[in-house]
Design a protein around this ligand. Sequence first.
Ligand SMILES: *[C@@H]1O[C@H](CO)[C@@H](O)[C@H](O)[C@H]1NC(C)=O
Ligand SMILES: *[C@@H]1O[C@H](CO)[C@@H](O)[C@H](O)[C@H]1NC(C)=O
Ligand SMILES: *[C@@H]1O[C@H](CO)[C@@H](O)[C@H](O)[C@H]1NC(C)=O
Ligand SMILES: *[C@@H]1O[C@H](CO)[C@@H](O)[C@H](O)[C@H]1NC(C)=O
Ligand SMILES: *[C@@H]1O[C@H](CO)[C@@H](O)[C@H](O)[C@H]1NC(C)=O
Length: 388
Amino acid sequence: MIVSARYLLTIGALLGGVRAKKSLVAPKGAEVLTVGVVGDYGWVGWTPVPDHFCLEVLPELVADGITIPNEVLNDCDPGDKSSLANATVFQTDTAAYIGQVCSMKNCSAFISVGDSIYDSGVDFSTGGILRFQEAWVDMYSQGVFEHAPWYQCLGNHDIVKGQSAVDFQTKIAPKYDSRWYFGTKGLPYYTYDLVGKDWTATFVVVDSDCFLSKYQKNTSVYYNDYTIECHKHTKVQVDFLAETFKKSKADWKFLQVHHPYMSSSTNYTTDLMPLIKIVEEHNGIVINGHDHCLAHYVFNSTNHILSGGAGYTQAGDCNNGIKLGPYAKFLAANAEAAANGFVTMDISKHGVNVEYYTRDMQFDGSDLYAVKQDLMPSYSFEITKKSK
Ligand SMILES: *[C@@H]1O[C@H](CO)[C@@H](O)[C@H](O)[C@H]1NC(C)=O
Ligand SMILES: *[C@@H]1O[C@H](CO)[C@@H](O)[C@H](O)[C@H]1NC(C)=O
Ligand SMILES: *[C@@H]1O[C@H](CO)[C@@H](O)[C@H](O)[C@H]1NC(C)=O
Ligand SMILES: *[C@@H]1O[C@H](CO)[C@@H](O)[C@H](O)[C@H]1NC(C)=O
Ligand SMILES: *[C@@H]1O[C@H](CO)[C@@H](O)[C@H](O)[C@H]1NC(C)=O
């Protein structure tokens, strides 16, 4: 096809327009700003690899010494495959629930702690774009979601496809939908401020995938070009956190990451220590996901807020509601189930009011997690000790 110069000019102008388009940000100047913290959600539209391949073909290929792409291995995960039907309903119902609570509470933005797209995430391919549309763009599109930015963060499911996955989420997704915020430099780590009438909150987003030593084993599905490289340079992200917190005069300083330092299933104590030390020096606050439940931990005087309940919940991730030590202040789980839900933070000069919303999980004629009044918080606490 011969394309006219005039047509090319038009296309150029269009792309120019796209390039100039800025992501949405939270409104400035509020006395109290409410944000929703959401994690571990994007299941809808995931098509796993068929059983025939995973159970019969794959073992033969492995025996023949053929390398299987991580994406395929991960999309064969038997646990995730069996969860899919329930996970799809849980994400959808929880999205509606978050919308309901947030229209009541007037949430102005969402803060994501990652695992935005299961199972092997998105990359710059047709399949990636379709998943992004289905699991995120269409899922969170109505009511309060319509104009609220999501300050994004990478989780392990988001990086299975390596650099292309990271590029999609940091550089392409923000152009596709202006509500998807990933900093201004196209990097997997960034900072932003929420600015109120007489207060500021500084958030630093770090990719904890780069810090996990177990992802550096060549048998890990998370071992790829991106994680190999960023693991060599974790100091870049540690220094970024240290410098940003040092320069910031904010009342409240948050570290926003996917993996938990404190957990009821797996503490990533050693791996994440360099980051947490900096948070502790500044009286900061940690928000994370990865464990598929909601919890509040206090360790070394630092609050760790877990909000991993917006998709498929797992009681074991919150140790079936049994506290492993005095650091565990709240676990939204019992012997059978963990609650779907999310966390809101009402940020002001005076403090950060943290509320945990758990959904009454009516499902298939039974109630998987009964909550009498699920439009009220199940648990809350207030942070009044300022960051420094
Ligand atoms: C919701 O919060 C925003 C940001 O603070 C504010 O501008 C707006 O007036 C609030 N809306 C309502 C209905 O309170
Ligand atoms: C899905 O939900 C049904 C109905 O509550 C339950 O019986 C089943 O065990 C769940 N499956 C998974 C994998 O969670
Ligand atoms: C994986 O690592 C092990 C031990 O570190 C090594 O022996 C093996 O050759 C590696 N395999 C590949 C495919 O790189
Ligand atoms: C995590 O660390 C805390 C504090 O040291 C400890 O009490 C708890 O048992 C650890 N959790 C797990 C799952 O090992
Ligand atoms: C906890 O606090 C103690 C005393 O302030 C400090 O020595 C230690 O390094 C802290 N632990 C972590 C994991 O930050």
